[in-house]
Design a protein around this ligand. Structure first.
Ligand code: FES
Ligand SMILES: [Fe+2]
Length: 444
């Protein structure tokens, strides 16, 4: 584990500092990346086996021997806490004849044992015992092992990378993203939602969706009264290595909001901080409401149990920031928690993927439920059980459902002979930057 101390961003910062953006080439975004099985196969080699993937939440494996598993395409990874407190990530493929040695999503192991012929492994993945050891010309004991990969624990998450030559995670992410993610102290949060949905679209359709906010006023009109998601109010930054960031001021309506009078849910959100939204009539006063909420949260937050407000910068008390970490780890941070909204590729079918939705919250004294991150009923403040569903069987949260409602239609349209390539406005430049970085990796 890399050691670091949480960084407190300058408290008076009222938006993330603008980053120097990457230069775009305006490459053509071809359809085959969404539809072609051979492209998907090469993507595993050139992308998924080269990048840092999130394997799980660290608090779920506190003790030596605790383990979690994660899947990317055909590969399964076992992350196991070592006796010295570090974490190792091991391929879940037996060195005898390849069988997965566990199908559990988590557990505790003194040792691992392959269910086929009974080879045993210690927590480092080294073979310790095999049946009929005398029958081998060279004993595998002490020598054969589950193949190990790079692993880091950071921001309360376990990360793995198949590539032995990959940059360390912090270098891959870059200093700005590292500092800002550290400032949220995700390692102190509790995961209250953990869902995976089988979805009928390529994984990049979901990533593209989170790389732009152009669709918000059309697909998510219920956000207009309290999140200023119009591009003229937001800030979008592209970073090296394919990552980007979007900043969305909240506690103020979006430009599309039709009335001068602030309505629900913002009226109640303001009232919670003893502010009367009727004192902020007219759009020239909306910014002031947001600033006054920040002040009120700063003053009243700790006494109301929101102790995490003490280390937040001003904008972090009201706004949403989306960190899109290449290729598809979308981390959305809000005043009271973070969401992971992530797609993972299907092993063989480019027209399917898995969509993961996690919600990790700061615990507030006395609160037993917390609003769902994207609409729907409140959630219990307790460690969530993992749920695996097919898209449509169960809600993933209102906003995520709305996003996915369009995904299959886009997959179908992209496969059409009539698809002519993308025609993007500047506010969708994060989509373009993503595909250009993808092109760079795919052409290696
Ligand atoms: S495949 Fe694992 S012990 Fe044979
Ligand atoms: Fe959306």
């Amino acid at each position: 584990m890399t050691s670091y101390s949480p960084v407190v961003l300058q408290q008076t910062l009222n938006k993330p500092p603008k980053a120097q953006e990457v230069a775009l080439r305006w490459d053509t975004v071809s359809a085959d990346r969404y539809t072609d099985a051979d492209y998907l196969r090469r993507e595993f080699q050139n992308v998924w086996h080269k990048v840092w993937n999130i394997g799980g939440v660290a608090y779920q494996m506190p003790e030596p021997g605790d383990y979690l598993t994660a899947e990317i395409g055909v590969d399964s990874v076992i992350m196991v806490r070592q006796d010295d407190g570090s974490v190792k990530a091991l391929f879940n493929s037996c060195p005898h004849r390849g069988t997965r040695i566990t199908e559990a999503t988590d557990g505790h192991a003194q040792q691992f044992s392959c269910p086929y012929h009974g080879w045993e492994f210690n927590r480092q993945g080294v073979v310790t015992r095999v049946p009929d050891e005398e029958d081998f010309s060279h004993s595998p004991c002490g020598t054969a092992r589950l193949k190990e990969m790079r692993c880091e624990e950071r921001f309360g998450l376990i990360w793995f990378n198949f590539d032995d030559n990959a940059l360390p995670l912090a270098e891959f992410l870059g200093a700005t993203i590292v500092q800002e993610l550290e400032s949220h102290r995700i390692e102190e949060m509790l995961r209250v939602l953990d869902m995976t949905a089988e979805t009928k679209c390529n994984w990049k359709i979901i990533t593209d969706n989170f790389n732009e906010a152009y669709h918000v006023k059309v697909l998510h009109p219920e956000l207009v009264p309290y999140i200023a998601a119009d591009y003229q109010d937001c800030q979008f930054d592209t970073f090296p290595n394919g990552h980007n960031r979007g900043w969305f001021p909240s506690f103020m309506p979006s430009k599309q909001y039709a009335s001068d009078i602030i309505g629900e849910p913002l009226k109640s959100m303001a009232a919670m901080w003893e502010l009367n939204s009727d004192d902020y009539v007219g759009r020239e006063n909306w910014q002031q409401l947001r600033v006054d909420v920040q002040k009120a949260k700063r003053e009243q937050g700790p006494a109301k149990g929101y102790t995490h407000y003490t280390y937040r910068s001003d904008y972090q008390l009201t706004d949403y920031v989306i960190y899109n970490l290449f290729p598809s780890n979308v981390i959305t941070v809000g005043p009271d928690g973070v969401q992971l909204l992530r797609s993972r590729p299907h092993p063989t079918d480019p027209a399917q993927c898995l969509f993961d939705h996690w919600w990790l919250v700061n615990e507030v004294e006395g609160q037993t439920t917390t609003p769902s991150p994207a609409g729907g009923p409140d959630l219990a403040v307790e460690d969530a059980m993992h749920e695996h569903v097919r898209y449509g069987e169960k809600t993933l949260g209102t906003t995520a459902d709305q996003d996915l409602s369009i995904a299959e239609m886009q997959q179908q349209g992209l496969a059409s002979a009539g698809f002519q390539g993308y025609w993007l406005p500047d506010q969708e430049r994060r989509v373009q930057a993503f595909h250009e970085y993808l092109n760079d990796l795919m052409s290696r």
